[in-house]
Design a protein around this ligand. Structure first.
Ligand code: NAD
Ligand code: UDP
Ligand code: UDP
Length: 312
């Protein structure tokens, strides 16, 4: 049970996952079309005979022999997934069908990287897995939200119809080294702006909340979920329940970078969720998992990374 396929393996989360699996002695096949990921994220792994890199778009069929599949391929930042929304739905839906078809043929266990976006702009707070969500099916975020929701549906239908060995995790906002400087998500934007002395762009009043999980904690949760017994499908929330407003995040980044950047308020994008916080009781019980990294420490690590990355 050693050959593992990671789709989206050259992206932010995927590259950390590949690294962790190679370090554990697994054989990893990383598949990516480099839409938002880059070869630089995995270049250090190319020396290992356990690691293989393949350029491929998972909206097209893929015939390989593997024991496990982590399906992470999909742009995750709103500016990137809204750049080509039709492709975003395709990668979520066609991509999932292809990876499920592959898992069915080779009898592989398959894990889906779903998202807290399935809860949309939630009325239940914090969000538990039993909550069905409140998503606008017509808005600019729908290509991602509905794509990911449909992918979950497909996973559960392949489970019921074809007895596939599935695992579904719903990932909440995750940050850390190797986020792309132009990724567009809030943590990387604020840190890069602070380090460059540019204005910190807060969308809306900054009173919307998010809960940020450090990448190493998240990867640990993914691997633990993959290793649960057959029949435990999830969905399971993975995230850090420490909730704060976007304004508080901006102030924290300014303090930690000792930056003189000023805060500038910009219009709030349509359908931007007002609050987001995971209930992680299920992950605690089933995976014996909880995030360990405090936000301050995780931000310091990420700031250190961006200081180096911006000098390059
Ligand atoms: P990312 O954009 O850094 O990584 C996505 C990777 O998928 C990139 O390397 C990209 O090139 C690749 N990709 C995109 N379309 C592809 C295709 N058609 N074929 C092959 N590869 C393709 O984003 P990330 O933060 O690493 O997110 C990884 C996964 O986790 C995504 O599925 C995302 O929806 C999910 N997720 C992430 C977060 C988070 O906060 N980071 C939160 C919720 C869910
Ligand atoms: N598929 C794939 N690799 C495989 C097996 C299947 O990419 O090793 C794709 C195939 O293109 C198909 C999809 O997965 O369209 C769904 O496969 P499934 O067997 O569920 O459905 P069917 O082939 O009957 O449409
Ligand atoms: N955001 C912001 N400034 C930025 C980027 C994002 O104020 O430069 C806000 C955004 O409007 C949202 C929150 O930060 O309310 C998190 O945004 P992100 O794109 O990181 O993730 P998501 O909205 O998908 O949770």
């Amino acid at each position: 049970m050693n050959k593992i396929l990671v789709t989206g393996g050259a992206g932010f989360l995927g590259s950390h996952l590949c690294e962790r699996l190679v370090m554990e002695g697994r054989d990893v096949l990383c598949v990516d079309n480099y839409f938002t990921g880059t070869k630089h994220n995995v270049v250090q792994l190319l020396r290992s005979p356990r690691f293989e890199l393949m350029r491929h778009d998972i909206t097209f069929p893929l015939y390989v022999e593997v024991d496990q599949i982590y399906n992470l391929a999909c742009p995750a930042s709103p500016i990137h997934y809204q750049f080509d929304p039709v492709q975003t739905t395709k990668v979520s839906v066609h991509g999932a069908i292809n990876m499920l078809g592959l898992a069915k043929r080779v009898k592989a266990r398959i894990l889906q990287a779903s998202t807290s976006e399935v809860y949309g702009d939630p009325e239940v707070h914090p969000q538990t897995e039993s909550y069905w969500g409140r998503v606008n099916p017509l808005g600019p975020r729908a290509c991602y939200d509905e794509g990911k929701r449909c992918a979950e549906t497909l996973f559960f239908d392949y489970y019921r119809q074809h007895q596939l060995d599935i695992k579904v995790v719903r990932i909440f906002n995750t940050y850390g080294p190797r986020m792309h400087p132009n990724d567009g998500r809030v943590v990387s934007n604020f840190i890069v702006q602070a380090l460059r002395g540019e204005n910190i762009t807060i969308y809306g009043k900054g009173n919307q909340t998010r809960s940020f999980c450090y990448v190493d904690d998240l990867i640990d949760g993914l691997v633990r979920m993959m290793d649960t017994q057959r029949g435990f499908t999830g969905p399971v929330n993975l995230g850090n329940p420490g909730e704060l407003s976007i304004l508080e995040l901006a102030e924290q980044v300014l303090r930690l970078t000792r930056s003189k950047s000023r805060i500038r308020f910009k219009p709030l994008p349509k359908d931007d969720p007002r609050q987001r916080c995971p209930d992680i009781t299920l992950a605690g019980k089933q995976l014996k998992w909880r995030p360990k990294m405090a936000l301050d420490d995780g931000l310091k690590e990420t700031i250190r990374y961006f200081r180096r990355a911006l000098r390059r």
